[in-house]
Design a protein around this ligand. Structure first.
Ligand SMILES: NC(=O)C1=CN([C@@H]2O[C@H](COP(=O)(O)OP(=O)(O)OC[C@H]3O[C@@H](n4cnc5c(N)ncnc54)[C@H](O)[C@@H]3O)[C@@H](O)[C@H]2O)C=CC1
Ligand SMILES: C[N+](C)(C)CCCC(=O)O
Length: 501
């Protein structure tokens, strides 16, 4: 196992192996022109370099996936299920090693990375369970004739991922894709290129045909070669809205179906009858996982005026206690942001918020850990903003960092209007003890994923995806199957053909 001997101390990992994966092995791309550095967010150190793939390598990856698709798509659901279960078992076995790699490359705490890896193998197990149940329908027609439907694979699917959940996003895409009989070529974000290659190795070890899951590395250009390739049948994308628009435009040229999991600016509505401690915990969960770099975060926290003071006081107190630092230490709960430019961008939103009249109630400044090796890492103190208004930039735009905006409200009608007044629609949450109100509020929220009296839990059995400009298509849950398969109708005549001519 290539990573088994790696050191699990921050500041010590060196990238040595190629990060492309084709036909069952790590390889260097045939036309790797541009090389890119990989950083360790916790220290700001360069861990090594890797090559971006050009059009030739993309084509070779597609050809190899096509060959694997021929074999894999002929297998029964039960046969595919067994292989996926074996892959899930290997991930469980290598959990610590994968979580450590994820922490080193992303900067999130090891505590969270372990949860990410657990969700990842659970996703494979879940779709392994569904693989044998993928079936069509039988439809009786007059005179003994009948029809049936077949749920068939699409072919070679492309997955393009963001940097916040590198391994998990790859599993959310590949598990349903492979369960349905497809092949997949995956392109991770160039900021987090490492862990997905471990997934590719695990699939091979579990018994998928060589080429069924290939990895190409690169940025926009490589992504474009993938989306434009004529032998690619589908593109599943997780990332920002502007890139999502480009992906959809490119895919439109080839009439390729797309799944888009894009950003958000989700509302979390806290009514005065909530259990305060749960509401505070919910708001922390909604804002500070993975340094706030989570698409479905509830960053607009609407608090009913009667409890505004009590809630704010408690949320600030708890935020100040979050332990920031070396992400590989057991008691760290917030690590480093993904990159220096991203950290600057997040801090810029806070400066702008102050200029627009918001009050920084805590945090919002860079954090320099005592440990000397961490002093160039990309850390900041999590921030709570008070005195926010709906027209402020920090309330309108996705910050993708640990910044919570608190917004007072008076009535249910008013808060719903304000909560929905956004072009995004990924998630939303409500805290209240009034069950009728809870269901009424989520029914009115224009969002794909809603939480009542919790936030940001995401069991793999539940469909995940957005409304409005947060995208379309669903990942996870039974719904995921629909987005990686197509329906064929077969009409069978049992009598003679009656011609009208
Ligand atoms: N809804 C969801 O499930 C999630 C959404 N996001 C969103 O992602 C964003 C942050 O992630 P980033 O990696 O910065 O987003 P991004 O959109 O810049 O990049 C995402 C991926 O697309 C690739 N890409 C960039 N330009 C491309 C092009 N022209 N053609 C093809 N591929 C291209 C990138 O290399 C990367 O792999 C945030 O806005 C966040 O809201 C992040 C995680 C989950
Ligand atoms: C796991 N969860 C719900 C915290 C986040 C998953 C969505 C994403 O990739 O940002």
């Amino acid at each position: 196992l290539p990573f088994a001997t790696m050191s699990s101390k921050t500041g010590t990992f060196h990238l040595q192996q190629p990060l492309n994966y084709r036909a069952g092995a790590r390889i260097q791309p045939v036309d790797g022109s541009h090389s890119e550095e990989v950083n360790e967010p916790a220290t700001g150190r360069v861990m090594g370099k890797f090559l971006f793939s050009g059009e030739k390598e993309v084509d070779l990856a597609v050809q190899s996936a096509k060959a694997a698709f021929k074999i894999w798509s002929q297998k029964s659901g039960m046969e595919r299920s067994r292989v996926l279960l074996e892959a899930a078992r290997i991930i469980r076995e290598r959990r610590e090693e994968i979580a450590t790699m994820e922490t080193i490359n992303n900067g999130k705490s090891i505590f969270e990375a372990r949860v990410d890896i657990d969700i990842s193998w659970q996703c494979l197990e879940y779709y392994a369970g569904l693989a044998g149940a993928i079936a069509g329908q039988h439809i009786q027609l007059p005179g003994g004739s009948f029809a049936y439907t077949r749920r068939e694979a699409l072919g070679v699917c492309v997955g393009i991922g963001a940097w916040n959940y590198p391994f998990q996003i790859a599993c959310w895409k590949s598990a349903p894709a492979l369960a349905c009989g497809n092949a997949m070529i995956y392109k991770p974000s160039p900021l987090t290129p490492i862990s997905v290659v471990m997934l590719a190795e695990i699939f091979t070890q579990a018994g998928v045909p060589n080429g069924l899951f290939n990895v190409v590395q690169g940025g926009a250009a490589t992504g474009q070669f993938l989306c434009q390739h004529q032998d690619v049948s589908k593109v599943s994308f997780t990332g920002s809205v502007p890139t999502g628009i480009k992906i959809m435009e490119m895919s439109a040229k080839g009439i390729k179906p797309v799944t888009l999991e894009l950003g958000g600016k989700s509302p979390l509505i806290i009514f005065s009858d909530s259990i305060l401690e749960n509401a505070v915990n919910g708001a922390l969960m909604a804002n500070f996982l993975t340094q706030g770099e989570v698409c479905c975060n509830g960053t607009r926290v609407f608090v009913q005026r009667e409890i505004l003071e009590a809630f704010t006081k408690e949320v600030v107190k708890r935020t100040q206690k979050i332990k920031i630092g070396d992400p590989l230490l057991e008691d760290t709960r917030m690590g480093a942001l993904i990159s220096r430019p991203h950290l600057e961008r997040v801090l810029g939103f806070i400066t702008q918020a102050k200029e627009q009249g918001a009050k920084v109630l805590c945090g919002g400044e860079p954090y320099v850990p005592d440990d000397a090796k961490l002093k160039n890492g990309y850390y900041m103190r999590p921030c709570v903003l008070g005195d926010c208004r709906d027209d402020m930039t920090c309330v309108k735009e996705e910050i993708f960092g640990p910044v919570m905006s608190i917004l007072p409200f008076d009535t249910e009608e008013e808060v719903l209007e304000r909560a929905n007044n956004t072009t995004f629609g990924l998630a939303g949450g409500v805290f209240t003890r009034d069950i009728q109100r809870a269901h009424r509020v989520v029914a009115a929220l224009q969002a794909g994923i809603c939480f009542i009296n919790n936030y940001n839990v995401s069991p793999v059995e539940l469909p995940f995806g957005g409304y409005k400009m947060s995208g379309f298509g669903r990942e996870n849950g039974q719904a995921g199957i629909e987005y990686y398969s197509q329906l064929k109708t077969v009409c069978v005549e049992m009598g003679d053909v009656e011609s009208v001519f």
